[in-house]
Ligand binder design. Structure first.
Ligand code: NAD
Length: 245
C-alpha cells in the first residue's frame, strides 16, 4: 500500500486554506494546518477529524523566520516529512493605491504575502530536496495577471508570488519537485466578506457569481496530485473568466 501523503497548509483557519486542508484529508493525506488564528485552526481540525481525517495544528506567523522554522519542525515531529505544501496565508492590506500606501503598510503586506512564500519554500525544499519528490503550490491571485485599481501593495505581492513560483519551479524541476501557483478570482471567504466595498459590488467575474473556496481547493489538490505530474511553473487561474475582462 502507498503511504499516505503528508501535507502542509498555511492560512488554514478559514477560507481557501480550510477548504484545501479538508480536500487533502478527503484524498487520504495527513494534514498539518497552520495559521495565526488558533481558534479558526481548531475549527478546521474539528471538521477534518469529524470526517476521520488525520490532522495536526500549529499556530505561527509565517512572515517570520522563527515562525516558519517552528512550523516545519512541528510537521517533521508529527509526520516525519512533507510531500505536499500549500503556501496560502495572506492579507489584503490597505485598500489604497501605491502613492497613498505607507512604507510600513507596504512592508507588512510584502512580508505576509511574499516573504512567507520565500521562507516556507526554502524550508520545504530543504525537506523535499533529499526526498527527490514533492509538490508545492503557492497562492497568487487574479490580480497578478494585470494592473489593477484595487490595493496596490497586495497586487505587487501577488505578482511577486507568480515570479518566485516560476523561478523556483524551473530551478527544482530537475530534482523531481513540482512548484506551481493558483490564482483565485473573486472568492467568498472571510477575507472578502470582511470588505464592505467588495460585498456591495456585483461580482467582477463574467460568469456573474463569486467563486467558492472549495473550487480553489479542487485545483490545488489537482496540482499536488500525480494527475498533474507534467505541470510545472503553472499559474492555475480559477476566476470565472475574470482575467478575460
Ligand atoms: N478570497 C479571494 O477572493 C482571493 C482572491 C485571490 C487570492 N486570494 C488569496 O487566497 C489566500 C487565502 O485567502 P482567503 O481568501 O481564504 O482569506 P482568509 O482571510 O480566510 O485566509 C487567510 C488566512 O491567512 C491567515 N494569516 C494571515 N496572516 C498570517 C500570518 N502572518 N501567519 C499565518 N497566517 C496568517 C489568516 O489568519 C487567515 O486565516 C490569500 O493568500 C489571499 O490573498 C484570495
Amino acid at each position: 500500500m502507498t503511504p499516505a501523503k503528508v501535507s502542509l497548509v498555511t492560512g488554514a483557519a478559514g477560507g481557501i486554506g480550510r477548504a484545501t486542508a479538508i480536500r487533502f484529508a478527503q484524498a487520504g493525506a495527513k494534514v498539518m494546518i497552520a495559521d495565526l488564528n488558533g481558534e479558526g485552526l481548531t475549527e478546521t481540525a474539528a471538521l477534518i477529524s469529524a470526517e476521520g481525517g488525520d490532522v495536526q495544528q500549529h499556530v505561527c506567523d509565517v512572515s517570520s523566520e522563527e515562525g516558519v522554522a517552528g512550523l516545519m519542525q512541528a510537521t517533521l515531529d508529527a509526520y516525519g516529512t512533507i510531500d505536499w505544501a500549500f503556501n496560502n496565508a495572506g492579507i489584503i492590506g490597505p485598500l489604497k493605491g501605491i502613492a497613498d500606501t505607507t512604507i510600513e503598510e507596504f512592508d507588512r503586506v510584502i512580508a505576509v504575502n511574499l516573504r512567507s512564500i520565500f521562507l516556507c519554500m526554502k524550508a520545504e525544499l530543504a525537506i523535499m530536496g533529499p526526498n527527490g519528490s514533492g509538490s508545492i503550490v503557492n497562492t497568487s491571485s487574479e490580480t497578478a495577471l494585470k494592473g489593477n485599481a484595487g490595493p496596490g501593495a497586495y497586487t505587487v505581492s501577488k505578482h511577486g508570488v507568480k515570479g518566485i513560483t516560476e523561478h523556483a519551479a524551473y530551478e527544482w524541476a530537475p530534482s523531481g519537485i513540482r512548484i506551481n501557483a493558483v490564482a483565485p478570482g473573486a472568492i467568498v471567504t472571510p477575507m472578502t466578506l470582511g470588505m464592505r466595498a467588495i460585498k456591495e459590488r456585483p461580482s467582477p467575474q463574467p460568469n456573474g457569481r463569486r467563486g467558492e473556496a472549495s473550487e480553489i481547493a479542487e485545483g490545488v489538490y489537482w496540482l499536488c496530485s500525480d494527475a498533474a505530474s507534467n505541470v510545472i511553473g503553472h499559474l492555475l487561474v480559477i476566476d470565472g473568466g475574470w482575467a478575460l475582462a
